[in-house]
Each structure stands twice: as C-alpha cells, then as structure tokens.
Write a protein that binds this ligand. Structure first.
Ligand code: DON
Length: 304
C-alpha cells in the first residue's frame, strides 16, 4: 500500500506547479509549493504514509468541522442553526456578498469563513483562555497528539491582516448573529486556524469522524449524530464551490484549508490526511485533490 501511495504522490507532484500557495496571509507565502504528502489510518489502526507526510502545516479551514462539532456539543443543534445555515453557497470561502442580501442575515453554512466564525463564537468557556484550552484539548484528543500547538507566526500574521474576516464579524454582530467581543472571537478563530499538524495528525482526526466520534482509546468523545452532521457539511460544503465536483470525483466527506491540508473521513473505514500547499483558484490543494481521486478510485472509497 505504501508503495502505491508513493507512486501516486510522485505521479501527481508535478501538478503542484499549476497551483499557488496562499499569500493573503503573508506568513503562508513562505511555504514550499512542491510539498505533497499523504497519510491513511484505517479502522484496524494500520497507518500508511508517503511523500511529505511529516511536514508541518497549519490547519486553517480544516479546523472548521471540529469547531462546529464542539459548538454543537456545547449549544445543541437548535441554537447553532439559529445562527448559521445548512446550505452550500456556490461562492468562495471568504465571500461576504450574500451576508447582507439574505433574510435572515445569517451565514449560509459553517464551512465558509463567516459561518465558521459564528461557530467559534458559540464555544463555551468563562474567558477566551478557557475556550482556547477546550478547543486545543479537543484537537489534541482527536488527533491523538498531545503535543499539538499553534504556529505563532502564522497566527500573528493572520491576526494582523485578517480585515476581511474582521469586517464580516463586525457586520454579523451588528445584525445580532454574533454576540460578544468581536476581537476575542476572531482571536480564537485565528488561533484554531494556526494549529500546526502533519498528515498523520489529520488522518487521526479523519478517522475519529469516520468512527462516529470514538477516540482511539474507545471513548465516545462526541455523539454519533453530531459527527454525522459534521460529515454531511464536509460533503456539501467542505471543498467550497468545488464540493460538487469533488463529490463526483472522490466521493468522500472532506475538508480543505488554505495551508494545503485536506482531511477525509471515509465512514467506518479510514481517515486520510493530505498536504499540498499549492492551491487551485477555489483554495483547494491542486495536487492533493488529484491524489485523493486516484486513492478513492483505487480503494473504491466513494460513499455514493
Ligand atoms: O479565515 C481564513 O481566511 C483562513 N484562516 C482559513 C481559510 C481557509 O483555509 C479556506 N480554505 N480553503
């Protein structure tokens, strides 16, 4: 299996030249665009890896399904979906154009930036530090890596330049969707996006969702119905305005991030972590998506 993955990585690595690393978060522009790696963790605990699987990258939007999960565990379905919708947008991940025209004025789903910021705002804790600690503990548990930490320079870089997210968050408070201190909510959001991982960590996270919220230890950490909601969003909105094409070509609940990561949860079978920081024009890893297509075809992973 590792030989096969190695072949897939090397065959698709040249495609990285067709993508571009994200530059709107200045610190991300320093990343090597040739990177491509994969790790697969199956239900039996077997780990398969190839390419740059151990390179560190920041989760960025790959964090969104997990903060949604925590918000649902903290506040319940009714409250969460009172503030954020359940529908795909067909717009880019950072788009704000529908925010004002929709009635009620709430983000269409929790995978786009506006909706993810709302989900983050719903995480419970007495202060921001406690909220961050709860979030970090969750990521550490589900990635099976107690050493996870944030990349300070990526965090500070986005905090300094994230005016688009800032403007959406202030707008959302104005219309009553976001409650509380906007800068504190954004600080937590920028931190969750800056959590540093490798493909093995992400494969563990995917396996946790694939295994319906059960940790490696056997503990039911998140309720099954919440992980079902999360995986459904990964299918319908996880790859943004390329989610339909990805569902046809790969057919697996997945979530991408502008750090180049993709997390996949193949229900009851495996978790997959991919990294390839060269992105296509929708913000998804250009070569990573192709590797996943090859893996899905080879292992018949489509859930459809
Ligand atoms: O909020 C942002 O713009 C980034 N921290 C995360 C965006 C992202 O990863 C979109 N994914 N493709």
């Amino acid at each position: 299996m590792e030989l096969l993955l190695k072949e897939m990585i090397e065959k698709n690595r040249p495609l990285t030249s067709f993508g571009k690393v994200a530059t709107y978060i200045p610190e991300l522009s320093n990343v090597d665009s040739n990177i491509l790696g994969i790790a697969i963790l199956d239900k039996e605990g077997q780990l398969y890896k190839a390419g740059d699987y151990d390179i560190k990258f920041t989760l960025q939007s790959v964090s969104k399904p997990i903060t949604l999960m925590l918000a649902l565990m903290d506040c319940g379905k009714e409250l969460v979906f009172d503030k954020v919708g359940m529908e795909p947008t067909g717009d880019p991940f950072n788009s704000m154009r529908k925010l004002e025209t929709l009635n009620p004025s709430k983000p269409l789903n929790p995978m786009i930036n506006a909706g993810a910021i709302v989900a983050t705002s719903l995480i419970k804790g007495n202060d921001n530090q406690e909220k961050f600690n709860r979030l970090m503990d969750t990521f550490k548990k589900i990635s099976n890596n107690s050493k996870l930490a944030i990349n300070e320079s990526v965090y500070l870089s986005e905090k300094k330049t994230g005016d688009r997210n800032r403007s959406m968050a202030y707008f959302l408070r104005d219309v009553g969707i976001l409650n509380g201190d906007v800068e504190e909510i954004l600080d937590l959001y920028f931190k969750q996006c800056s959590i540093e991982v490798n493909c093995v960590d992400v494969a563990n996270m995917g396996m946790f969702l694939a295994n319906q919220g059960i940790l490696k230890t056997g503990e039911q950490f998140a309720p099954k119905h919440i992980t079902q909601i999360v995986k459904t969003f990964m299918v319908t909105c996880g790859m943004y305005d390329a989610s339909g094409e990805f569902a046809i070509n790969v057919g697996v609940p997945s979530k991408s991030g502008v750090g180049g990561g993709i997390m996949c949860a193949v229900p009851n079978r495996m978790g997959i972590g991919v990294v390839g920081p060269a992105l296509d024009n929708k913000g998804n890893s250009v070569a990573g998506v192709k590797v996943l297509k090859a893996v899905s075809e080879h292992l018949s992973l489509s859930i459809f």
